[in-house]
Design a binder for this molecule. Sequence first.
Ligand SMILES: Nc1ncnc2c1ncn2[C@@H]1O[C@H](COP(=O)(O)OP(=O)(O)OP(=O)(O)O)[C@@H](O)[C@H]1O
Ligand SMILES: [Mg+2]
Length: 269
Amino acid sequence: MPTPQETARLEQIKKSWQQKRQITDRLGKIKTKIGVYSGKGGVGKTTVAVNLAVTLAKQGNSVGLLDVDIDCPNVAKVMGITEKPDYVDGQIIPAEKWGVKVVSMSFFQENQDEAIIWRGPMIHNAITQFLQATDWDELDYLVVDLPPGTSDSPLTVMQNLPMDGFLVVSTPQDLANLDAKRCINMIRKLNLNVLGVVENYTGEIFGHGGGKNLAEEVEAPFLGEIALRSAYRDSSKPTSLLDDSVGEEFDAVAKALKKSLKEFGSEAA
Ligand SMILES: Nc1ncnc2c1ncn2[C@@H]1O[C@H](COP(=O)(O)OP(=O)(O)OP(=O)(O)O)[C@@H](O)[C@H]1O
Ligand SMILES: [Mg+2]
């Protein structure tokens, strides 16, 4: 006879296994899942995730964008989404804008300034519920915008979502790249793929080359440079749809990413 503790433990293992299977089933019709990640905050993950998603959609792919930054969910704001997603039979139907299906934690906040202060297990539960409840239908790509660092929410995504790999955003400066190296180590420790490095904020002010050096050092593909530009101040649309030069930069990143996905054996549309 198992002890009550053993029974409880077994129940817990069963539940987490069922949860994982449900998530895998849910995401079964998504061909390619890419996380956008960095070691340091504010390097441009959300900017890269949003513009990459709209670029892939513009190229004719079906694309989803999932914001798992529980503390500061910014994707809906950058995408200009004001309406809430639909619920049908307990399922979340993603909002849609610029050809991209979007789900963000901010949809469940009462107002935009509300702070979400949650601890590890709650973050884990919120993300797994999101993943279990969202009906993405068929997608060529799901882009996941992650919060920075090695905290609970990137860890939950890495352990529960069958990801094809991660795109790491870094800056031209060496200090940020130290943090980037730490996050690359975390991805690899979990036996996941680093699809490549993108350097953001390239230009006269911060210089350039740090991202490429980092990519060489960690033996990951370099996916391109995104220049620091005033065009990002216009928030009426994702900047790659407003400014041709930014559009070209993201076209190049998308092309390099597809090449990398193929090299890692993933299906790239
Ligand atoms: N290449 C760029 N040129 C000019 N401004 C930029 C550029 N990239 C990002 N920004 C701006 O920098 C700010 C921070 O970017 P963003 O929110 O994408 O960073 P993040 O890494 O997602 O931050 P967090 O770690 O808080 O999630 C935003 O206001 C964004 O518009
Ligand atoms: Mg962000």
